[in-house]
Design a protein around this ligand. Structure first.
Ligand SMILES: NC(=O)C1=CN([C@@H]2O[C@H](COP(=O)(O)OP(=O)(O)OC[C@H]3O[C@@H](n4cnc5c(N)ncnc54)[C@H](O)[C@@H]3O)[C@@H](O)[C@H]2O)[C@@H](O)CC1
Ligand SMILES: [K+]
Length: 569
């Protein structure tokens, strides 16, 4: 499973399934409820008393409806269950109302529903499990009033985190978290949302489970099948989005690490016999004297990932320095842009990497210009991005064989308008259509997709997509969950969170290695979005395989192990 659905897409899929008559909304809600009950039993197995007690917090929409279905499911298992409802039963949407009525039919003793207020919640005797069914994918704005206080209390504002978080299961998303962006409307710090030990979502994960505060708030993420796979595939195909517009990589739910990558990974990486230049020739530009380390690290990574040959392009004064460091790399003097153009015009170089440790002077700006004028595969990182941010005519040369790998700060420099909207805590400030007239000219289809995918808050994924559509190149926006977007609108979220969290990867030089891996793959002929996706994965797998204590220099050395795992028969 590898598809990510925004809230709007999830609604589409549900509506399409219901419209064909193959399932009803009520049935979907019953399946959702049953899936959460099963996930609770699995998660807390062996930890609960003989007759556990649950408190279900039900909200005013269908998430609340799931809550009533869960309450009934737990009661049927012999649990003692209390439901606290935010709002009036009469105002619930029909499916949720029906679940409420089935629950309440248990009578005052077995099916009691109390109004949810901070007071009623505080007065409740402690429970073994709390079910957060307040808001799911329908959260549309910042929480306010008493509900905001309730959520703040659940989130630990009163020193109560230790009481709730270890016992909290969130239905679909922790309430307060925006399912599309991983942001918390009205609270950039993310404190105004429930913190769960377990989150059970339905059919497909949502971007917000991986981006922003999502992983922190969700705890463990379970994706439950509620029988919508066919409707999802049909819906995707109908929109021309098949097989999947936004994927999460590696795909979920496959334990075998060799298969936790997409099926043709071995095909992409296996070297067939042939001359070294048949596997591509990458050139990595270095900075001046004493500044070559970053580029050398990138070059080693490019070599490890299987580029047939790698040449360091150095300013003349720095040739000697690099020569004393690395034997397997070739060296080439690149005094200026004209020399670079000449080197590239020979037809041997199949991909160029520039940025790590490059410098940001006039010579380097001219190098970026020459690299982009070449028209071949170019990876632009670090200083190259900073240079483009300062010089609009450089950025205007970007094309679809380019791959940009900014960290958030570099992204902000190069795309200040997009980043400005991304930073804004006000969810009413959405994707700005007028500002994107350029992208409109480039690709109407991509734009329409962007519109269809948009939620109430902009995400880093939206930002990468907008940036890619805007500049016409593939953009890899770094983060714990890396967002990679092609100009066509196709995108992936690389999940280095949950079981793939590698916090030790935040080490100096790790970004240079990522650039080198991606450049090596470009040199081997992979298209920029594929090279980016694969490089991000190998980068994280290398970090996971080394473990804590990692330095950037260790990363290229881990690559053979990682490849061996992928390529094992
Ligand atoms: N048939 C279906 O549609 C299914 C829905 N499912 C559940 O339904 C959920 C989506 O249901 P809904 O679309 O009703 O959305 P939610 O239940 O997430 O929330 C919508 C309700 O909350 C209110 N609301 C939104 N933001 C608010 C705020 N800041 N302050 C106060 N009130 C606010 C809305 O006005 C609306 O009443 C999913 O997350 C999932 O849990 C599942 O049962 C699967 C089937
Ligand atoms: K919830």
């Amino acid at each position: 499973m590898s598809q990510l659905l925004t809230a709007a897409e999830m609604r589409d899929v549900e509506a399409a399934a219901i419209a064909t008559g193959e399932v009803t909304g009520a049935e979907l809600m019953a399946r959702a409820g049953a899936a959460v009950v099963a996930a609770i039993r699995a998660e807390w197995e062996g930890e609960l008393p003989t007759q556990p007690r649950a408190v279900v917090l039900a909200g005013p929409g269908n998430n609340g409806g799931d809550g009533f279905a869960i309450a009934r499911g737990l009661r049927d298992l012999g649990w003692s269950v209390r439901v606290l409802l935010a709002g009036q039963a009469g105002a619930l949407p029909p499916d949720a109302r029906a679940q409420h009525d089935r629950w309440a039919a248990g009578g005052a003793a077995r099916g009691a529903v109390l109004p949810l207020t901070l007071e009623t919640l505080r007065d409740e005797p402690a429970a073994d499990i709390y079910v957060d069914a307040l808001f799911g994918i329908g959260l549309g704005r910042p929480l306010g009033g008493d509900l905001a206080r309730v959520v703040a209390h659940l989130a630990g504002a009163d020193g109560t985190l230790g009481l709730y978080q270890p016992r909290m299961v969130a239905v679909d998303v922790p309430s307060g978290l925006d399912a599309d962006s991983g942001r918390v409307p009205g609270d950039p710090a993310g404190a105004a949302a429930v913190r769960a030990r377990l989150t059970v979502t339905f059919d497909s994960p949502k971007p917000g489970h991986y981006l922003g505060h999502g992983p922190d708030l969700c705890g463990r993420l379970v994706v439950a099948d509620i029988g919508l796979a066919h409707a999802r595939a049909r819906q995707g195909a109908a929109r021309g989005l098949a097989p999947a517009r936004t994927r999460v990589v590696p795909p979920l739910g496959i334990a075998d690490p060799r298969r936790s990558v997409w099926p043709d990974i071995a095909g992409l990486l296996t070297k067939r016999q042939g001359h070294k230049y048949q596997h591509g020739h990458a050139m990595v530009l270095t900075g001046g004297v004493g500044r070559g380390g970053a580029a050398r690290m990138a070059a080693k990574a490019a070599l490890r990932i299987g580029a047939g040959a790698v040449t360091l392009g150095c300013p003349p004064a720095a040739v000697l320095e690099s020569a004393s460091h690395v034997d397997a790399l070739m060296l080439h003097r690149v005094p200026d842009a004209a020399a670079l153009t000449e080197a590239l015009s020979g037809g041997r170089i199949t991909a160029l990497c520039l940025g790590p440790g490059l410098g940001t002077g006039e010579r380097e700006a001219a190098l970026v210009g020459a690299a982009l004028d070449w028209g071949g595969a170019v990876l632009l990182d670090a200083d190259a991005i900073t240079l483009m941010a300062g010089e609009a005519t450089l950025a205007a040369k970007l094309h679809d064989r380019c791959l940009l790998t900014p960290h958030p700060g570099e992204f902000r420099r190069l795309f200040p308008d997009i980043a400005g909207r991304l930073d804004d805590p006000d969810p009413s400030l959405r994707y700005d259509e007028a500002a994107d007239a350029d992208a409109q000219a480039r690709s109407r289809a991509a734009r329409e997709d962007l519109a269809a995918q948009r939620g109430p808050m902009m995400s880093t994924l939206d930002a990468a997509r907008e940036a890619a559509a805007h500049c016409g190149a593939t953009v890899l926006l770094k983060g714990p969950a890396t967002a990679i977007a092609a100009p066509s609108g196709a995108a992936v979220v690389h999940r280095a969170v949950y079981d793939r969290a590698a916090p030790w990867l935040a080490t100096a030089g790790a970004g240079d290695v990522l650039a080198g891996l991606a450049c090596g793959l470009l040199a081997r002929g992979l298209a920029p979005p594929v090279a980016a996706e694969l490089a991000a994965q190998i980068h994280v797998d290398a970090a996971l395989s080394f473990g804590p204590g990692l330095t950037a220099e260790d990363l290229p050395r881990q690559v053979p192990q990682v490849l061996a795992r992928y390529l094992a028969p």
